[in-house]
Design a protein around this ligand. Structure first.
Ligand code: COA
Length: 203
């Protein structure tokens, strides 16, 4: 399960309410063409994509085992989180409508903070697409959702993620334990970045 950032920001009720409203109301097409919220009708495509361990293996917060039922429940939870203004599961489809990636955003409005996890299809990995897509998505989260802080975790052996997160300007803050849905604990690298730090780096 996702944990909020270690750093605690002071957040007014108005700011938290604005973030909740943004999560509920944001048009996912502002993130890019082919983006949509995961819905029950996407279950088979998600099971197919996530069943590839090269896609889902490194991600701690996906349901295990990955079955039609567990993925359907995960989609329902994502929709409930969106309705509460506390999360989003965004799918990315190519021009032909094929599911090519997903991003799960967890939002803590009272902390003005968000975390993401996600993956792209194996044949699209290692081509720079993940890195470019992540920068674009981080920027969108700060701008479209209005949070002032992002945190990220990655397994210590996930070299691609670590390089990507370092290159984006996130600040390493040691390690923390993350809890899988089955209760297992994974020691993970941990990063944070504030919106001000983000804008100082990327404009
Ligand atoms: C993580 C993921 C989104 C990255 O996207 P990607 O398109 O594969 O990655 P990129 O090609 O942008 O490469 C990211 C960085 O890793 C580096 N890299 C790629 N393969 C590498 C390897 N085998 N060894 C070392 N570095 C490697 C790249 O050079 C790049 O670093 P740079 O910007 O300093 O050059 C994608 O690999 C993925 O979906 N993986 C499975 C799920 C996952 O791990 N999700 C993240 C969980 S935190």
């Amino acid at each position: 399960m996702s944990s909020p950032p270690l750093t605690v920001l002071e957040v007014s009720d108005e700011e938290a309410a604005a973030i909740r409203a943004a999560v509920r109301g944001v048009d996912l097409k502002t993130l890019g063409e082919g983006r949509s919220e995961a819905r029950p009708g996407d279950v088979d495509d998600l099971v197919e994509m996530l069943s590839d361990e090269r896609v889902s293996g490194p991600i701690y917060d996906l349901p295990r085992p990955l079955t039609r039922d567990s993925v359907a429940a995960w989609i329902e939870r994502g929709m409930a989180e969106r309705a509460a203004g506390e999360g989003l599961v965004v799918l990315n489809r190519d021009d032909l409508g094929r599911l090519v990636g997903y991003t799960r955003v967890t939002v803590w409005p009272e902390r003005s903070a968000a975390e993401i996890a996600g993956a792209i299809r194996a044949e699209r990995q290692n081509t720079g697409e993940g890195g470019a897509g992540a920068i674009h998505t981080f920027d969108w989260i700060f701008t479209a959702l209005g949070v002032r802080m992002m945190c990220l975790t990655a397994a210590s052996d996930n070299i691609r993620s670590a390089r990507l997160i370092d290159a984006a300007g996130f600040v390493r803050m040691g390690e923390r334990d993350v809890v899988r849905p089955d209760g297992g604990v994974r020691r993970s690298l941990y990063w944070e970045i504030t919106r001000d730090q983000w804008r100082a780096r990327w404009g």
